[in-house]
Design a protein around this ligand. Structure first.
Ligand code: NIG
Ligand code: FE
Length: 443
């Protein structure tokens, strides 16, 4: 910085400004999700009352360089300190961290809108599954699909996530249920993830169901997953985590434990589809195995909440799934927040139970159905979700040193994230310090 001669005009006329790649300015609000503003950058999730503090900077702006946030400050101070070849006005909108979606199933072929209609006519998820629909129907269509079509569809879905303001996802295999097709799904995630702006943290969900050809030999399929599929996935480095669907109509607690123990021995992180349809003790199992997350949790018991709290297992709540399944019963988000759990939210994007790619819709549903505040739901969808992903850098908060993933919304404050439903407020998405998506006419 140069020094200003006495009696001079504006600081910017005299100071040598620091060069950055991109400045975003003129935001009504920059929602930092970093209430610990004055402490060093830290990717830890927020818990308890801290989840309800969005740490808004009114009139804010950001400077970015080499994929990272350099500074978050008022528009005036950013303009005084930095210059950039590209400046993007937020036009009085709201800037939030790039949304993180910690539970998706995007590798599938056919959609299953007919099942949604069957449920609207009174059918249940378990009845549809037992009649050969549900996950089994997606397994049939995936196994028969040409790879080129699967790739194209996955790319289109990644485009949708990005247009909804999501910059990082966890993504599962799980519609292959044999070695070759599970590997194919994970290879597609690696290939598409490497080329797309969206970052993908891959999970092997070979234990999504018992493969149809093992219908009469459940133990045989559990062995195949534990002794062949997971070891090969780990050997090829195709997944960071393994998941198992532990619930009524899916894996028993004992079967799930076998799968999780094998995955843990292979060095994979653990995630569990737990206690969605019945309180089978899957949350307790996840906690006892040191799982990173337990997901769904509609039927979790107080003992399950306590076990997760002790183990530091994060709940991933999926209200769009309850909505699509017409469950009319929801995970006890308030009890979890009160118990100090690092609650996260996700879409569960999949062809059967949640055809919803939008984390902003999930924020609305979390407010309306789970009794969360907008600030809590936003924390759960950004910083806390990011903390469960194995992606490099600190994500989900707007603070110097964090990955420069952010979203410009065409609303004047963050409360619209819950309040407004059925309109995508995303005007622009910045991924790693570059504009990755922009609404037509915004730029
Ligand atoms: O998370 N619960 C299990 N798995 C998915 C549903 C997948 C499907 O029905 O295709 C879920 O909701
Ligand atoms: Fe799921």
């Amino acid at each position: 910085m140069g020094t200003m001669p006495p009696g001079s005009g504006h600081a910017e006329d005299w100071c040598v400004k620091e060069q950055v790649d991109l400045i975003v300015n003129d935001a009504a609000e920059v929602v930092t999700v970093a209430p610990d503003r004055d402490s060093p950058l830290d990717g830890r999730p927020l818990t308890g009352p801290e989840m309800d503090d969005p740490a808004v900077l009114p009139g804010g702006a950001l400077a970015m360089r080499a994929g990272q946030i350099v500074a978050v400050d008022t528009s005036e101070r950013i303009a005084a300190r930095f210059e950039a070849p590209a400046v993007c006005s937020a036009r009085g909108g709201t800037v939030i961290p790039g949304l993180c979606d910690p539970h998706t199933h995007p590798v599938f072929d056919a959609t299953r809108e007919g099942e949604f209609d069957m449920r609207a006519r009174g059918g249940t998820y378990l009845e549809i599954t037992r009649a050969g629909g549900g996950i089994f129907s997606s397994v049939r269509s995936l196994r028969e699909a040409p790879v080129e079509r699967l790739r194209t569809r996955l790319v289109e879905r990644c485009d949708r996530f990005l247009a909804c303001g999501t910059t990082s996802i966890e993504a599962k295999s799980g519609y292959g249920l044999d070695l070759a097709t599970e590997l194919l799904a994970l290879e597609l995630l690696a290939e598409v993830g490497a080329a797309h702006a969206l970052d993908i943290d891959p999970t092997c969900l070979a234990a999504h169901q018992i493969a149809p050809e093992y219908k009469h030999d459940r133990a045989g399929y559990v062995r195949l997953v534990a002794e062949q599929i997971l070891p090969e996935v780990a050997r090829r480095g195709l997944a960071r985590s393994a998941d198992v669907f532990c619930d009524e109509g899916a894996y028993t607690v004992d079967e799930a434990r076998t799968v999780l123990a094998a995955a843990r021995d292979l060095g994979l992180a653990l995630r569990v589809h737990a206690d969605e349809l019945a309180p089978v003790g899957a949350a307790e199992l996840a906690a006892s195995m040191g799982a990173q997350t337990a997901d769904h949790l509609v039927k979790i018991t107080p003992a399950g909440i306590e076990a997760m709290g002790r183990a530091g297992t994060a709940p991933v709540l999926l209200p769009a799934t309850c909505f699509s399944l017409r469950l009319r019963e929801y995970a006890p988000a308030r009890d979890m927040i009160d118990a100090g759990l690092a609650v996260t939210l996700a879409t569960d994007y999949n062809p059967g139970t949640s055809y919803c790619p939008s984390m902003i819709t999930v924020v609305s549903l979390a407010c309306g159905l789970l009794g969360m505040t907008v600030a809590e739901a936003l924390t759960a969808s950004t910083r806390n979700a990011a903390a469960t992903l194995g992606l490099p850098g600190v994500r989900g908060q707007l603070k110097a040193g964090a990955v420069a993933d952010l979203v410009i919304l065409d609303v004047s404050n963050h409360l619209f994230l819950g309040y407004q439903v059925g309109w995508n407020p995303v005007a622009a998405v910045i991924k790693g310090g570059r504009v990755a998506w922009m609404r037509h006419g915004f730029g």
